[in-house]
Structure formats: structure tokens, C-alpha cells
Design a protein around this ligand. Structure first.
Ligand code: SAH
Length: 213
């Protein structure tokens, strides 16, 4: 598959839709205009790529809705060179947005097939996260902590404690919390012991699964 003027036009349109829903961060909207989302889907589903919808990517998982990706990215307030941990690599689209925002990205995926497919795709596209990890994001990534930001792209029944403890003071955790439906939740670490919590609208994600072994 190629990236053409037609795709570029559809992306500009998608960015307008996302902006109309309330996303104002120019860099995030620029990322939507730039990243060829159709290449993150299996060929044949190209027509779906620039609608503001989630879409199946195999292994019972979905690529998040563009608005959701944009909203979470905006809440994360990514600064250039920020060290960001992403839980739930999936198709890699959110990862690509973070890279576009010039973050140093560490991303974890627990589905082996998706992990492998996305790793190959990233090599082909020359997308360069700092690390792609196959494993359970519930535990975070203690060996690389602390992080300026942590973003969870699956619905968490509860907030994994390790993620809060792996934030820098001043760092932000953006996580959808809930079982059937999730409330987008932002935790800002104010000091070693204090976190400020803010809640935003409701969303629907595939579940964040904990590996019990
Ligand atoms: N950011 C992705 C979202 C994919 S859906 C995208 O836009 O494509 C959420 C992903 O989280 C799925 O790929 C799922 O396998 C993964 N996931 C669920 N629980 C996880 C866990 N405990 N650790 C890491 N990844 C997890």
C-alpha cells in the first residue's frame, strides 16, 4: 500500500473532525494529519482508516478511535524528548503519534502475534521507539522508570499501582478506568506521595489483562 494525496486529504479531514470534537493541541492534530493510519490496518480495510472509528486489528484487539488517541495524547502533554511508557502497543498507531511528538517511547504489548507484526511494521516504516517489549504492562517497566508520562491504551479495571510509582514528580498517567465502560482518568504526581486525579468523559476500550504468572 502507498500513501497518496488522496490519503493526505482524508487525514486533513479526519484532523478537522477530531478538532471539532474538542482537541486543540496543534502538535497532536499535526500528527493526525501526518501519520498514514491506513498503513496500520490490513490492506482491504483502507476505506475505514480515515473514519473516526476504532477498528479490529486481529487477536481480538482494536486500533483505538483517532479521537481517543488524540484526546489521550493531549492529556499526556508530551514535551520533546519526554520519556513515555505506553501500555498496549497494538497496531502501533498511538506509538507513532507519540514518536511524532518527539517522545522517547517505551511500549509494551502482551499479545505475541501483534507484538511481532507491529515490530516488523515499525522496522519497515523506520519508526523508532526506544524499546518494544513483549510482556505484561500491569507491572510497568521498573528498569526504565521514572517516566515523564505513562499512557494506557486498554481499559483498566483498576489503576495498577506500579504505574503510579513509576512516574516522575510532575509526571502524568493517562488511563481509562472501568470494566464495561471506562472513565478517562489523569493522575498528576505532585510530590513523592501526592497525586492529583482528574476525570474526563467515558470511553470504550478492550480490557487491560493481567498476566497472573
Ligand atoms: N494503542 C493501540 C491500542 C490497541 S488495543 C492502537 O491504537 O492500536 C489495546 C492493546 O493493549 C491490545 O493490543 C492488547 O493486547 C494490549 N494489552 C492488554 N492488556 C495488556 C497488558 N497487561 N500489557 C500490555 N498490553 C496489554
Amino acid at each position: 500500500m502507498k500513501d497518496t494525496h488522496k490519503h493526505k486529504g482524508m487525514r486533513n479531514n479526519l484532523a478537522e473532525i477530531v478538532a471539532a470534537k474538542g482537541v486543540t493541541d496543534k502538535k497532536v492534530l499535526e500528527a493526525i494529519k501526518t501519520i498514514p493510519r491506513h498503513l496500520f490496518l490490513d490492506s482491504g480495510f483502507e476505506d475505514h482508516a480515515y473514519q473516526d472509528k476504532a477498528f479490529p486489528i486481529g487477536a481480538d484487539q482494536t486500533i483505538s478511535q483517532p479521537y481517543t488517541v488524540a484526546f489521550q495524547s493531549e492529556l499526556l502533554e508530551v514535551k520533546p524528548n519526554a520519556k513515555i511508557l505506553e501500555i498496549g502497543t497494538g497496531s502501533g498507531y498511538q506509538t507513532a503519534v507519540l514518536l511524532h511528538l518527539r517522545a522517547k517511547v517505551y511500549t509494551i504489548e502482551r499479545q505475541l502475534e501483534l507484538f511481532k507484526t507491529t515490530r516488523l511494521f515499525f522496522n519497515k516504516m523506520h519508526y523508532r521507539p526506544k524499546k518494544m517489549i513483549f510482556g505484561d504492562g500491569y507491572k510497568g517497566l521498573p528498569e526504565e522508570a521514572p517516566f515523564d508520562g505513562i499512557i494506557v491504551t486498554a481499559g483498566a479495571p483498576e489503576v495498577p499501582r506500579p504505574l503510579l510509582s513509576q512516574l516522575k514528580v510532575g509526571g502524568r498517567l493517562v488511563i481509562p478506568v472501568g470494566v464495561d465502560e471506562q472513565i478517562m482518568t489523569l493522575f498528576e504526581r505532585k510530590s513523592e506521595k501526592e497525586f492529583e486525579k482528574k476525570e474526563f468523559g467515558s470511553f470504550r476500550f478492550v480490557p487491560l489483562l493481567e498476566d497472573k504468572n
